[in-house]
Design a protein around this ligand. Sequence first.
Ligand code: HEC
Ligand code: HEC
Ligand code: HEC
Ligand code: HEC
Length: 149
Amino acid sequence: MRVRTFLIVGLAVFVLSAASAVAADYIGAAKCKMCHKVQYESWEQMAHSKAFEKLEGDQQADPECLKCHATGGNAEMPGVQCESCHGPGSDYKGMKVMKDREASVAAGLILPDESTCKSCHEGAPHDQKPFDYATQKDKGIHAHKEKTE
Ligand code: HEC
Ligand code: HEC
Ligand code: HEC
Ligand code: HEC
């Protein structure tokens, strides 16, 4: 009996924590800008920030296009914003969490790699340019803050 209760409680905790991990929300690039101005200002100049503007008319409401041309597939978050690569930020955006890489990752921060890029740079319903991470990395990623500290 005790063992069963233990298992049920354990399962409930598992289900609840799985649900809360899924529940992170997209907060939008303007919120990241507050603390990451260098990355934001260079991203703003790049193709990713303008990806939604490539869609015309009904395409701007077509989930088949929004999944790669908007953030989280949401037209209200146009373009490939920070969270398209770094994951939805509602749970990691706080200063205390952000300063701790492990805690940030546990709260959903993604440290992107080649596979992140390929989730969009392969499999589009239109012809795509061949994607080569080594050569396209520098054109596709924002500038970095110089490490002065
Ligand atoms: C309240 C300030 C604040 C906000 C808001 C914030 N960050 Fe951060 N972030 C930091 C600090 C501080 C660090 C750790 C030092 C650094 O790398 O600048 C950090 C680190 C990071 C890192 C590097 C992690 C690593 O260890 O390599 C990424 C990526 C990141 N933030 C992305 C984001 C994104 C995307 C958003 C918006 C969804 C965001 N941050 C919002 C303060 C913030
Ligand atoms: C799987 C991700 C993905 C989906 C889904 C997707 N696109 Fe794209 N799209 C891209 C990428 C990545 C590029 C960047 C250039 C390239 O690789 O061709 C792009 C580029 C474009 C361009 C610019 C082409 C150019 O030469 O500048 C247009 C227009 C476009 N997409 C329209 C659409 C429309 C319309 C839809 C929906 C029917 C759509 N895309 C769905 C990933 C996608
Ligand atoms: C196209 C994907 C992509 C987008 C969009 C993106 N990032 Fe990044 N970001 C990366 C990658 C990849 C790295 C790791 C860079 C490396 O290892 O050279 C990174 C690294 C970072 C870091 C760690 C410190 C640094 O500069 O290397 C921060 C902070 C960060 N990004 C914030 C942001 C913010 C804020 C935005 C939105 C304004 C954003 N990123 C948009 C891919 C992206
Ligand atoms: C959420 C989907 C998505 C992700 C993730 C993504 N991209 Fe893109 N990328 C796009 C779309 C859509 C465009 C087209 C933007 C436009 O033409 O306005 C694009 C354009 C580009 C361009 C501009 C040149 C070109 O091919 O037209 C480069 C370079 C690029 N991406 C590199 C990267 C790299 C490197 C990563 C990973 C660190 C990455 N992308 C991740 C969707 C994505």
